[in-house]
Write a protein that binds this ligand. Structure first.
Ligand code: C6P
Length: 409
């Protein structure tokens, strides 16, 4: 409940039975459900306004272009970017990070340079840097995680020593999708900035769950996906500081991103068009703008408090289960809890919980190196969003008790 508002009624998917039980959707870190207003906005666009953007001179094309550029301005406002031209629409976090790695990295990195990452990065904020390191001769370096269960998140005691003059870029996640830890990203940006190091924040797990102000955070780039913030799949964005974007070469070539094309060479448009080659995903971008409106109508501070309270309660309740290993901080955490049992595989837990109508995620969560570091192969994860309730935690705990009894007697 948010000030008496029943947000569950806004989400059609939630009102169904799974295996004869009411659905308990706790896989929000993988993807969130969509409110009716977002689904309707997408249908409405296709029913009324659909035409290619930036290309036509007819009424529908003008309407579609206006809606698309309106969505860009809305997303810019959502994260307090200084200028809509600092928002590049992409397929999501993964593509946004690949864009920075390939374009900024390809143009700026040379042998001997260092890309600083952390040991808790999702593969999407690791593999693109491995690829550009191979192309340019740069090296990867990692800020370590602390403690056996990583209760403390990142070990920042040695950060100053890691930020050597060879470090040209520092990329880190805002919220870990496996640990639930919220990193002190503003502080990390400030330390990097003081040394002229470019910063990239992976915002996949923060964007829909807390207020995000890229100027207050002081980052150079911020990458996120629409589908984790009540938007539809296939759309996300990269925020980039205007001065950096204007100096970066295109990521892909094609229509829409050029000013002049000759047989042997071409000239590019400025950002954002420079980075949006081909027909962009305008319909989903329009729906993303509506998702921003929806989340702001509820209030991101309130959503952050709600998610954190549920995760805290889940953490306390799960801690009473025999043999459980809970990952991440004991104190402040984002809206997810990740756990493991020595005798029951995460995939078995997820499959059995599904019998009780509960959607969880089990696996390495695209965090293989972190799993290895924790001497685990997988965890089970429950992740919460604005429509989840304390009653659903009851259902989860009872289901886990049943599963443990089945496997361990
Ligand atoms: N994590 C999860 O279940 P895409 O796939 O591009 O929308 O987001 C990638 C991504 C990047 N960084 C972090 C921290 C993430 O959590 C994710 C997506 C999902 O945890 C799918 S693996």
């Amino acid at each position: 409940m948010f000030s008496g508002r029943d947000v569950r009624s806004d989400f059609p998917t939630l009102h169904q039975q799974v295996n004869g039980k009411p659905l308990v959707y706790l896989d929000n870190a993988a993807t969130a459900q969509k409110p009716r207003v977002v689904i309707d906005a997408l249908s409405r666009f296709y029913e009324r306004d659909n035409a290619n953007v930036h290309r036509g001179l007819h009424a529908l094309s003008n309407r579609a272009t206006e809606a698309y550029e309106g969505a860009r301005a809305r997303v810019a406002k959502f994260i307090n970017a200084a200028d809509p031209a600092e928002i590049i629409f992409t397929r999501g976090t993964t593509e946004s990070i690949n864009l920075v790695a390939s374009s900024w990295g390809g143009a700026n990195l040379k042998p001997g340079d260092v890309i600083l990452l952390t040991e808790m990065e999702h593969h999407s904020n690791l593999v693109p840097w491995q690829l550009i390191a191979q192309r340019t001769g740069a090296k990867l370096r990692f800020v370590p995680v602390a403690g056996a269960n990583v209760e403390g998140g990142l070990d920042l005691s040695g950060l100053n020593a890691l930020l050597t003059p060879e470090v040209k870029l520092f990329a880190f996640t805002h919220v870990s999708n496996t640990l639930g830890v919220i990193n002190p990203v503003a502080k990390l940006c400030a330390q990097a900035r003081a040394r002229g190091i470019i910063t990239v924040i992976d915002g996949a797990q923060s964007i829909g769950h807390m207020p995000v102000d890229v100027r207050a955070l002081g980052c150079d780039f911020y990458a996120f996906s629409g589908h984790k913030m009540a938007g539809v799949t296939g759309i996300g964005a990269l925020y980039g500081r205007r001065t950096l974007l204007d100096a970066m070469p295109p990521y892909q070539g094609g229509g829409g991103m050029i000013s002049v094309v000759e047989y042997q060479q071409s000239k590019w448009k400025p950002s954002p068009e420079r980075f949006e080659a081909g027909t962009p995903n305008f319909a989903d971008a329009v729906a993303l703008g509506v998702a921003c409106d929806y989340l702001d109508s509820i209030g991101r501070d309130a959503i952050a408090r709600h998610d954190a309270a549920l995760a805290q309660e889940a953490y306390q309740r799960l801690a009473t289960l025999p043999g459980i290993r809970l990952l991440g901080p004991t104190g402040e955490r984002s809206g997810l809890v990740s756990f493991a049992f020595a005798d029951v595989h995460a995939h078995d837990i997820v499959t059995f919980a599904d019998e009780d109508g509960i959607a969880l995620r089990g696996g390495h969560h695209c965090n293989q190196p972190l799993m290895r570091k924790l001497s685990l192969t997988s965890t089970t994860r429950a992740s919460f969003y604005l429509y989840n309730t304390a009653e659903e935690i009851d259902v989860l705990v009872k289901s886990l008790q049943r599963i443990l009894k089945f496997f361990t007697g």
